[in-house]
Design a protein around this ligand. Structure first.
Ligand code: PBG
Length: 329
């Protein structure tokens, strides 16, 4: 046998010979506390409603949401990100239900806080699309365009009602310019300096949000390309990052996760705040659909997808599999 380079002295396979040695040399480990569970709660239902494009995920009733929060905490998950789904009749142009102190999200925050206290980080989506009849993340001007600055006023109010309801951390996800600063200011103004901001710093206009639109009963016609980012760009993300940090982001997030691991890695390398990634509805749906057909090993594919996101630099991951995976670790 002819010999090239350092072979046969050097054999990387030695460190792969058994599960024990592989465990020893693993560079990345998933831990239950890395995981955050996104959860939907729908107004006016008495039984949970399955989301067909997300097998295994439901729109919760107030009651089943409380149970889901307890289960997540027991499994060691570190946080729960709440999305409210109002009754259709309560959707309007301004997304009024989003700032109603008795709106579904605010009610759910109070429920979950009463149930788990401070043992689980209670987080809330701060965005108008769940509450507007046109389905956009902001309010529209006379020409039907999303009005950035008018939307910021709505976000400020949302931040305050969510904080009053007892949320620990808000997640402004609408991609309006200036949203992090405005939300920080609104919180501080009412003495909620301790409520943290998980900034949707990098959020791409993605086809993979598809199943989420069903999950929140969104009536969106058209797309979000005038406010969410173009998949072609990375420098633009670094700019969004600088702005969010200046405005007071406590944690910065990249979303979606899987198709944007390069962006995640770059951001994780360049900040000194914690970095989150959101494994979104379409990423979930793809694995579930392929597994249902017997095309992939579901459990292994789930762990591998999460490992990839953590390896790329995420300190925490929002995933619809959070509780299940946390239990399995
Ligand atoms: C906006 C929001 C969206 C998601 C989280 N927050 C939808 C969107 O921007 O279109 C998507 C999450 C997912 O797809 O799992 N409120």
């Amino acid at each position: 046998m002819s010999v090239y380079g350092s072979f046969p002295g050097t054999r990387p396979r030695r460190l792969r010979t058994s599960p024990a040695v592989r465990r020893m040399v693993a560079e990345t480990r998933l831990h239950p506390s890395d995981l955050i569970l996104p959860a939907f709660v729908r107004e006016g239902i008495s039984e949970p409603v399955p989301i067909s494009a997300m097998p295994g995920v439901v729109q919760h009733t107030r009651d089943t949401l409380r149970k889901a929060a307890v289960e997540a905490r027991q499994a060691g998950v570190s946080g729960i990100m709440l999305f409210g789904v109002p009754e259709d009749a309560k959707k309007d142009a301004l997304g009024s239900a989003g700032t109603d102190p008795d709106g579904i999200l605010q009610v759910a925050i109070r429920d979950v806080r009463a149930e788990v206290g401070d043992d689980l980080v209670i987080m809330s989506d701060l965005c108008l699309d769940e509450y507007t009849d046109h389905g956009h993340c902001g309010v529209l001007d006379d020409d039907g365009r999303v009005d950035n600055d008018a939307t910021l006023e709505r976000y400020a109010e949302m931040a305050q009602v969510q904080a009053d309801a007892g949320v620990h951390m808000v997640g402004p996800s609408g991609m309006m310019d200036g949203q992090v600063g405005v939300v920080r200011d609104a919180l501080d103004t009412i003495g909620k300096e301790d409520v943290a901001i998980l900034a949707y710093t990098v959020k791409y206009a993605s086809a993979f949000y598809g199943p989420f639109r069903e999950a929140v009963g969104s009536s969106l016609v058209g797309d979000r390309r005038t406010y969410q980012q173009d998949a072609a760009n990375v420098r633009e993300s670094m700019r969004e990052l600088a702005l969010d940090l200046e405005e007071g982001a406590d944690i910065v997030m990249v979303k979606p996760a899987g198709p944007y691991l390069d962006v995640l890695a770059k951001i994780a390398d360049s900040v000194d705040v914690p970095v989150a990634a959101y494994q979104i509805s379409g990423e979930y749906a793809m694995v579930e659909a392929a597994a249902e057909r017997g095309w992939i090993d579901r459990d292994k594919a789930i762990l591998e997808s999460l490992m990839g996101i953590k390896r790329a630099g995420a300190d925490m991951i929002l995933t619809y599999w959070a509780t299940e995976v946390a239990r399995s670790l």
